[in-house]
Each structure stands twice: as structure tokens, then as C-alpha cells.
Design a protein around this ligand. Structure first.
Ligand code: PGA
Length: 262
């Protein structure tokens, strides 16, 4: 705990928007142009993860700004007969830096498993992309007191065969499924508890030095009102923001909250 507080300042704080299935390319351009001046003095890394068809526009619209662009998924094969899929090479070529992997909506609605999350994560790393790997428990898993088991299993399987060196490019997002899009935020204590637990899992897998350096975000109804309290926790190194990332002032306020003293 003391160590976590000491190492927090050494980790990269990352505020990433997850736009989900929102905004057409022209709307994406307009929103990014609205966000850019508001976050230009950010003390953290600022990322917007946008729908595939918005990516090229988003990369263009953020040239010369401090906003990095991410995709919301990627396939693990380089190319081939995978109708409807997008490869890491395609993302890389247009200037994408981050990619969200294993979001609970992909797991819930599109059959994503820990095995496919692992394959996508390794493919993203091999291509030089930075995966934001999402983990989180369902409400009934929390109620059954198996949050730690669920999280440990996801972390172990999703990061299987990832090397300690590659971990320098991995971001973890802890997103309790019951808090996503529901307006029910985990308390700062609940977020800290699980983010700290994730770090202890990483320590077991990769050693203390690697674990201490990994950015662990919280996600799930984070907004301009609750961000500061969550972000000052020793193991919460940023946020993955859904709804509030679609409103420039709210997203900028979350970015600004990273600069507050903790
Ligand atoms: P939310 O979504 O902020 O709208 O709860 C977070 C996420 O799904 O990444």
C-alpha cells in the first residue's frame, strides 16, 4: 500500500474516452476539435478510442495536439478470410496508438472470451499498439464474493504469454460490469481495492518492478463529479470513460482532475 502510493507518481496516468458506437466521422471531427483546446495542458496522457470508421478522421483531426487515438477492438490475424474484422496492421498504418481489448460489451454481446482477448492482446503488442485490456466482475459475481477470483482468472488468461518487456505497453482497465453505463460508480474504496488486487496479480506474474509500472485505469460511470476522488487512490492511474467522454467539457474536467494533488 505504501509502496503503491510511492510508485503512483512514476506511472503514466491515462484518461481514455471509449466512444463505443457513437459519432459519425464528421461528428467525431467536431467533438475532437472541441476537446483539443480544453485538454492541451493536460498533465496526463489523453486518448480517444473511437469507432473504426472514425479512426482516419480522428487521427487527422488530432495531428499536432496531445490527443492520442485508439480503436475499440482488433483481430488477431494479420489478414485473411475474416469478414468484418480489422487487423492490427490496418490500425497501425493509419496512425492508431491504442486499442481497447476485451471490453465487457464485447464479452457480453459478441462472444469475446479470455482466449480471444489474449490473442488480440498479443497481436496488438506484436504490431506495436498499446492494448487497454478490460477486466471486471458481474454484479452477481460481486454479490457471491468471488470478485477476486474472477479478476485473477481474467488477468492470468488475458495476459498469458505476454512478456515482462511487453507489459511496458499494456494498460489494464478495471471496469466492474455493474458500473458501466448504469450511473452506479464503484466507490473509490472498491475501485482501489480491486485495482490494488490487479497489481498484486501482476506482481505474481511479472515481478514487482513490472507490476509497479503498469497503468491501471478505473472505468464505469466515471464522470466530472467523481473522477477526482477515484483518481487520487494509490492504485487508480486513470480512467476509461464512456458516456462522459462524449461531452467535451465533462471529458476535459476528468482530464483536469488528474492534475489535482493527492
Ligand atoms: P461508462 O462506460 O463511463 O459510460 O460507464 C465506461 C466503459 O464502458 O468503458
Amino acid at each position: 500500500m505504501i509502496l503503491d502510493a510511492l510508485t503512483k507518481g512514476m506511472r503514466k496516468t491515462i484518461i481514455a474516452g471509449n466512444w463505443k458506437m457513437n459519432k459519425t466521422p464528421s461528428e467525431a471531427k467536431a467533438l475532437l476539435e472541441e476537446i483539443a483546446p480544453l485538454v492541451k495542458d493536460a498533465k496526463c496522457e489523453v486518448v480517444a478510442c473511437v469507432p473504426y470508421v472514425d479512426l482516419a478522421t480522428a487521427v487527422e483531426a488530432t495531428k499536432g495536439t496531445n490527443i492520442k487515438i485508439g480503436a475499440e477492438n482488433c483481430h488477431w490475424e494479420e489478414k485473411g478470410a475474416y469478414t468484418g474484422e480489422i487487423s492490427t496492421g490496418m490500425l497501425k498504418e493509419i496512425g492508431v496508438e491504442y486499442v481497447v481489448i476485451g471490453h465487457s460489451e464485447r464479452r457480453q454481446y459478441f462472444g469475446e472470451t479470455d482466449e480471444t482477448v489474449n490473442k488480440r492482446t498479443k497481436a496488438a503488442l506484436a504490431a506495436g499498439l498499446k492494448p487497454i485490456v478490460c477486466v471486471g466482475e458481474l454484479l452477481w459475481e460481486r454479490e457471491c464474493n468471488i470478485t477476486n477470483e474472477v479478476i485473477a482468472r481474467q488477468i492470468k488468461l488475458d495476459l498469458w504469454d505476454v512478456t515482462p518487456e511487453e507489459m511496458a505497453n499494456v494498460v489494464i482497465a478495471y471496469e466492474p460490469v455493474w458500473a458501466i453505463g448504469t450511473g452506479k460508480t464503484a466507490t473509490a474504496e472498491q475501485a482501489e481495492e480491486v485495482c490494488g488486487f490487479i497489481r498484486s496479480c501482476l506482481k505474481e506474474m511479472f515481478g514487482l518492478e513490472v507490476a509497479a509500472a503498469v497503468t491501471i485505469q478505473y472505468g464505469g460511470s466515471m464522470n466530472d463529479q467523481n473522477a477526482a476522488e477515484l483518481l487520487k487512490k494509490p492504485n487508480v492511474d486513470g480512467g476509461l470513460i464512456g458516456g462522459a467522454s462524449l461531452v467535451a467539457e465533462k471529458f476535459a474536467a476528468i482530464v483536469a482532475a488528474t492534475a489535482l494533488e493527492y
